[in-house]
Design a protein around this ligand. Structure first.
Ligand code: ACO
Length: 322
């Protein structure tokens, strides 16, 4: 059986912070941020919005697109690095807020790569007939992890959520099938110092702030992501040249362009939302997918490759026929 994506939804909080807004309290400029990253603005969750609230909005939109209701949902996986509480999982909070019945619900933590890892995890249930209607959600309030005096990081991130509905579907067992076709997942714990949060329950009891060696992450990103995309295409038995849309994690326009160039991908096939959303970590891929579908570029039957890299380091890629 294949895990077919039957609905996609995204949600961005109302408040928009432009680069000029940030330049009022950080030593930066719109020119520097746009030139180095492509980012023009980011959304920020309201003080009374928890990450589960963002996730619920995205989930409702994905369920509506799939023609499903919360009563149908038997599995919820939330990829997040900014949970409402240390426990319970955001997924069980989303389950309660949606009014979904008793089923399976848990979180996946792979930072910016979380959505790809969560999709692969959900595929293990759906493709084996153990879930009939799964919600896979990437949701983040990254602005809550920022050190607003560190201009090297605070300008890069934003808040948001995206969700897909996965349902089992039959196929011929080749790359013409609708559904998830192939994966490549990677982690290298020796690279922790490049990107991490300097707080946690069992170290100092603090939430902490995001710390990053930006230029080191940048160097690893293009090489590692390209390798994972190639491996995910091989796993699916497809050629990268046949891909209709490339949906990268939206970290930085220069990383997106670097990966596209290394893989020989036409930049016109790259869905980019980084200018408007900034880096929303695990939410960025489903948010970009939702935007590409809403504006009519991505259609049913299209062949997609998603990829991401984040703290850990973790990285990975996934191929999907929508
Ligand atoms: N505004 C103005 N100047 C700045 C800012 C800012 N916001 N941030 C840094 N600078 C300055 C630095 O202080 C430095 O000044 P100096 O030369 O006087 O010391 C100068 O700009 C160059 O700094 P670098 O860090 O070398 O700049 P770089 O060209 O590497 O760009 C950036 C920094 C944008 C962070 C880049 O390295 C990057 O995008 N890296 C990828 C990191 C990333 O996207 N991480 C997200 C999570 S991982 C992922 O999702 C893939």
């Amino acid at each position: 059986m294949r895990s077919v994506v039957t609905g996609v939804g995204g949600y961005l909080p109302d408040e928009v912070l432009t680069n000029a807004d940030l330049a009022k309290f950080v030593d930066t400029s719109d020119e520097w941020i746009q030139e180095r990253t492509g980012i023009r603005q980011r959304h920020r969750a309201a003080p009374d919005q928890a990450v589960s609230d963002l996730a619920v909005e995205a989930a409702r939109r994905a369920l509506e697109a799939a023609g499903r209701t919360p009563a149908d949902v038997d599995l919820i996986i939330v990829a997040t690095t900014t949970p409402d509480l240390t426990f319970p999982a955001v997924a069980t909070i989303v389950q309660r807020k949606l009014g979904a019945p008793v089923g399976i619900a848990f979180d996946v933590q792979a930072v910016c790569s979380g959505f790809v890892f969560a999709l692969s995890t959900a595929d293990g249930f759906t493709a084996r007939g153990r879930s009939k209607c799964a919600l896979v959600i990437g949701a983040e309030t990254m602005t809550r992890l920022m050190d607003w005096s560190d201009r090297g990081t605070c300008v890069l991130f934003g808040d948001g959520a995206g969700a897909v509905v996965l349902e089992p579907g039959e196929g011929r067992g080749d790359a013409s099938d609708r559904g998830l076709l192939g994966f490549a997942l990677r982690a290298d714990g020796t690279k922790q110092d490049m990107l991490y949060v300097d707080g946690g329950v069992s170290t100092n009891g603090q939430v902490g702030h995001l710390r990053m060696q930006g230029n080191q992450v940048f160097k690893h990103a293009v090489i590692n992501i390209s390798e994972a995309v190639t491996a995910a295409a091989e796993d699916a038995g497809i050629q990268i040249a046949d891909v209709d849309w490339f949906i990268p994690h939206q970290a930085n326009q220069r990383i997106l362009n670097g990966v596209a160039s290394r893989l020989g991908l036409d930049e016109a096939k790259v869905i980019s939302t980084v200018a408007e959303h900034a880096n929303t970590s695990a939410a960025s891929i489903p948010l970009a997918m939702a935007q590409g579908i809403a504006d009519g570029r991505i259609r049913r039957g299209d062949l997609l490759i998603m990829e991401a890299m984040g703290g850990g380091l973790t990285w990975g890629a996934c191929t999907l026929r929508l």
